[in-house]
Design a protein around this ligand. Sequence first.
Ligand SMILES: C[S@@+](CC[C@H](N)C(=O)[O-])C[C@H]1O[C@@H](n2cnc3c(N)ncnc32)[C@H](O)[C@@H]1O
Length: 278
Amino acid sequence: MLLKNKLWPEVGSGIDYSLLQDKWIPAPWINLGDWSVTEDYREACHQLAFRLGDCLELKADDRLLELACGYGAGLRLWYKSFGVQHCDALEYRRECHDFIESDPPSNLDGLIKMRAEDFFSSVFSGQCKGEAGYDAILCVDAAYHFDSLRDLLKASRILLKPGGRIGFHLFCLNSKKPLAGWLSKFFELAEVDSREFRNEEDLIREAQEKEFEKVEVVDMTVQVLGGFASFVKRRSVQLGFREKLKPAWWKIRATAWLGNKVLRQGWLKYVMVQASVR
Ligand SMILES: C[S@@+](CC[C@H](N)C(=O)[O-])C[C@H]1O[C@@H](n2cnc3c(N)ncnc32)[C@H](O)[C@@H]1O
């Protein structure tokens, strides 16, 4: 959910992720991380993804779809930690496609190069019927970027086998009250439409209406948002003066500030959601 380039257009699209991690091999991670057991950025990102895979009880013979896969670090994790051998992955950013295609993970069957919203539309219109039959659909730290949670659930319902599982991260409102206007603007900068935020009860009800069961919502606000904010403070000490002058660093700092603000004020929760198809 890193704040994007609207405040600082000269940075270009996206974030300079090298400011967050010194090591890029075999693939960079680009999420907020789960900091409950580590202070290292890559390890925290790995933990956030691992925990989602673990909750979904991924198995070697699962056929998996990862939405918004970034640079494909998750695909390698699904193979290494769970033995998953067949994955399709969706991502719309060109630099991510180029990176993945330069050294594709061995378990990658197909890279779907489009926005999630366009993909969901193609699912609704029946264009990708043949691709249905996934055992699990995962989305690590990205589903809140999609235009509609309803469409994510509806498309997943079509794409998953009976008993198939879905898991993703999301922001949830702590009450029925929508966010203040100025805060919504901040989320807009991060390409997140806060009008899509709902509280936990509404989220569970909506998933059940879309024929999901065993819907579980785990609050990860402190270990994700609090952890990322503390990491950015520590990283600031490691970076040189020049790097800290970069607008990209200020975007990262603004993201950390926003996460910490919603955490301390108790306005939002950062949650991991899992469910299975009835
Ligand atoms: C915080 S990153 C997470 C990436 C990856 N899952 C990881 O953990 O490293 C969010 C990702 O969502 C992707 N994304 C944002 N909006 C999207 C959309 N509408 N459709 C598909 N992908 C999207 C971005 O390109 C980015 O790769």
